[in-house]
Write a protein that binds this ligand. Structure first.
Ligand code: SER
Length: 362
């Protein structure tokens, strides 16, 4: 445990002091890394991390404590609650869309049962400390399912309540997580006499593909974007697994974690929904290739579409309408595709591989 100071403590039922904490699950994943860095920059010293693997030491150093284990393991969550009073949850742990199609039942277990465990934990925390617990849940464009490529091209930018017939287990799981969150906020234990009203303050964002300069994704289907840039920066050839004309929305990782923090901080009275789209830019895979070649002219990029993964991308919308997020909590993207490459991806990726060429990737 690091030496961060804790001014807030409460007494547990067994009589010892429990410290207030922000719980981050999936802390070792891409979003987890970036969010924990952001929370540390903002002076949050009470982050408690959970991940299935040991955290990278740089991330671990920003946390008050970290627990290695499965979010489906009740004894792990109980151990955590014996030490901490959870005020806010960023539930980031998930098994992504490509991996989920190889193990759909495992995906359901992690993505839905795991989410249910965390919601229940949050509801019990709210009951025990008498305040609602904020529950921040990243959802995904995978929640959408366009029936055909023609319909996708016709629909262009979709609103939160359209086309909610996902084709992947991951998308179905994310949609289930959104509904579970809404249920725990609005209706949980509706018939119980000792019901706590609005124990959970549930807030969710449907993210597009996300590109980080510092980490590489694993097991997703939007991975071709970041993979292409990271391969070029390392001088490795890259065979893109979707057609050049494939188009979905993307954003940069700093924008994604800022969006999470911004939604978490928004006054509840301004929020007209539980789940919000956020969008960045909507390039084709060929646009990515063009940008990568501009900065890494020797990049060797080819296209070898994988029919299965292509069908997933073809079922996700070209763009998502984020007017509700803009209206309710002042969301606006920072980057266009060009500025994302010029101001964030290229400088940060070049610095990363220059500085850490001999280190394993996070
Ligand atoms: N990046 C995710 C995936 O590709 C989508 O949310 O599975």
């Amino acid at each position: 445990m690091n030496s961060s100071t804790h001014t807030h403590t409460t007494e547990s039922t067994s009589g010892h002091q429990r410290r207030k904490a922000i719980l981050v699950t999936g802390a070792g994943g891409e979003l987890g890394h970036a969010l924990i860095e952001l929370l540390a920059q903002r002076g949050e010293s009470n982050v408690v991390a959970v991940d299935i693997r040991e955290l990278h030491p740089n991330i671990r150093a920003h946390c008050d404590n970290s627990f290695v284990g499965d979010i489906c393991d009740h004894s792990l969550l109980e151990r955590l609650l014996a030490m901490y009073e959870v005020d806010e949850v960023f539930h980031l742990a998930a098994l992504l869309s490509t991996r989920g199609e190889f193990a759909p039942e495992t995906a359901h277990q992690v993505n839905v049962v795991g989410t249910l465990n965390l919601l229940k934990l949050a509801a019990e925390q709210a009951r025990s400390h008498g305040r609602s617990v904020k529950f921040i849940f990243p959802s995904s464009i995978a929640a959408y399912g366009l029936p055909s490529l023609e319909e996708k091209q016709r629909a262009k930018s979709v609103k939160e309540d359209q086309y909610l017939e996902p084709h992947t287990m991951y998308g179905i799981n994310k949609l289930a997580g959104e509904h579970l969150g809404r249920y725990y906020q609005e209706h949980y234990r509706k018939l119980a006499k000792d019901r706590v009203i609005q124990a959970i303050d549930f807030r969710s964002i449907r993210f597009p593909g996300i590109m980080s300069a510092h980490t590489v994704p694993a097991g997703g289907t939007s991975d071709y974007g970041p993979e292409m840039v990271h391969a070029a920066a390392q001088g490795r050839p890259y065979a893109c697994f979707v057609r050049p004309d494939s188009r979905i929305s993307f954003m940069t990782m700093p924008e994604a974690v800022l969006a999470l923090a911004q939604l978490a901080a928004a006054p509840k009275k301004n929020l007209t929904r539980c789940v919000y789209n956020v969008s960045g830019f909507s390039p084709t895979a060929a646009d990515f290739q063009r940008c990568v070649k501009k900065y890494f002219p020797a990049a060797d990029i080819s296209f070898t579409p994988d029919l299965g993964r292509q069908s997933i991308i073809d079922s996700w919308p070209e763009d998502i309408d984020d007017s509700a997020a803009r209206r309710d909590w002042d969301w606006k993207p920072t980057h266009t595709l060009e500025s994302a490459f010029e101001q964030y991806l290229v400088p940060a990726i070049k610095a990363r591989y220059a500085a850490h060429s001999s280190e394993p990737q996070l």
